[in-house]
Design a protein around this ligand. Structure first.
Ligand SMILES: [Fe+2]
Length: 312
């Protein structure tokens, strides 16, 4: 099988994990990303694994969209002419071409990067409209973005205050909030901005906030996420600190990832999750729009009384 990466050089290897890394990949022209293949995937994926959203110019206009029974080709048409962001999550579970690809991506990375051992890897497939945006947010696991078709711009910010507070990370780790965090336009002066073309892949420091704007063209991209033992320790520390702060009204004093305070938090996290409190507090996805290729921006608002919620 063709290599996924063109080359992983020493400089990128040294930057990996703590800094932004830009690599080149060979996936852009594969048949699995053709319109026909994408339309079939839209029709075959379990709807709980497909999150369709829409947005105007600011975060208050963002909402989830119901596929509303449209064919894959019609959904693609609505994306091409509208303002839609379609995310197929865990696509490796739907189609063996994607599970093989995910396997190969990480085996090449783990082969090139010393001490990089991953688990709970996931592959997401994004199809998004010209001009579509992802507002400022961060992700809990390790992340990379792979550009396949079209062009987009991504801004990446440091994973520390004032761009990201410990409380933000704790609440998202515990699924109390979506990943959106407060954003100020002046943050951009402290960001790294990249224009991604087909064949570009970007990986950034853990929890690094980022936002995305598509150029004026349909975009197809992949996201990968992974865990390492270090990411898992960071998660347990943030989760434990969140319980201390929110449930026990105790201000966490340390963000250490080893030592007695860390292990006490890891125990607290495990105990809290075992009580089942986690599920009760999880985020629900309310569908407030439906795909409508004839409507402006490719979607129509659903009456408030007819809206349904999906637990994720
Ligand atoms: Fe993200």
């Amino acid at each position: 099988m063709q290599q996924v990466f063109e080359d992983i050089d020493q400089r990128q290897i040294k930057l990996w994990g703590g800094h932004t890394v830009a690599l080149r990949h060979t996936l852009a022209n594969r048949e699995m990303f053709s319109d026909e293949s994408l339309a079939a995937l839209i029709e075959n994926i379990d709807p709980r694994h497909m999150d369709i959203s829409t947005m105007g110019d600011d975060v208050t206009t963002w909402g989830h969209v119901d596929r509303a029974g449209h064919s894959g080709a019609t959904v693609l048409e609505a994306i091409r002419d509208g303002r839609i962001w379609l995310n197929m999550m865990a696509i490796e579970k739907v189609d063996p071409r994607f599970s093989e690809l995910l396997e190969q991506m990480y085996s090449e990375l783990e082969g090139a990067l010393p001490d990089f051992r991953t688990f709970k890897r996931k592959l997401g497939l994004l199809i998004s409209s010209p001009g579509a945006k992802v507002f400022y947010h961060f992700d809990v696991p390790g992340q990379a973005l792979w550009q396949i078709r079209g062009r987009k711009k991504i801004w990446i910010y440091p994973p520390s205050e004032p761009f990201l507070s410990p409380t933000n990370v704790e609440n998202v780790a515990r699924s109390l909030d979506k990943e959106d965090v407060p954003y100020e336009p002046w943050f951009d002066d402290h960001s790294q901005a990249y224009d991604l073309e087909p064949g570009d892949m970007l990986h950034w420091a853990l929890n690094g906030p980022h936002r995305v704007e598509n150029h004026d063209v349909l975009n197809v991209s992949l996201t990968t996420e992974h865990w390492t033992s270090e990411i898992r320790r960071s998660y347990a520390m943030n989760y434990g600190n969140g319980i201390l702060r929110r449930e026990l009204h105790w201000r966490p004093r340390t963000r250490a990832m080893s030592g007695p305070a860390f292990w006490a938090k890891a125990g607290l996290t495990a105990a809290w999750r075992a009580t089942g409190m986690q599920r009760k507090q999880s985020y629900k996805r309310v569908l407030s729009y439906r795909i409508d290729p004839d409507a402006e921006l490719g979607r129509a608002l659903i009456d408030e009384k007819d809206r349904t919620a999906v637990t994720i």
